[in-house]
Design a protein around this ligand. Sequence first.
Ligand code: ZN
Length: 90
Amino acid sequence: MSQAHPPLSAQATRRLTRDTEPYLSCDDCFDQVDGYVEALLADPDHDLPAMRTHLAGCTACAEEARSLIMLVAEQDGLDPASAGRRLGAE
Ligand SMILES: [Zn+2]
């Protein structure tokens, strides 16, 4: 008799969060930070609002992302400066 609440599709979630502050938990952030850092290094204009917002407000994750940028940049012979700037790390 009870009707299960249909899970939100990724698209619906995006639509819901677009106009408000994108919210990401530290766990979500941790799951995505590798890909985010690599994308930033490949393209400094890459944007992932939820990640950007979380990293702007969470020192622990920002620190993690920053050291990851340095690590990946060094491994791949890339310049970490522009990607680091995207994190607000001058
Ligand atoms: Zn965090």
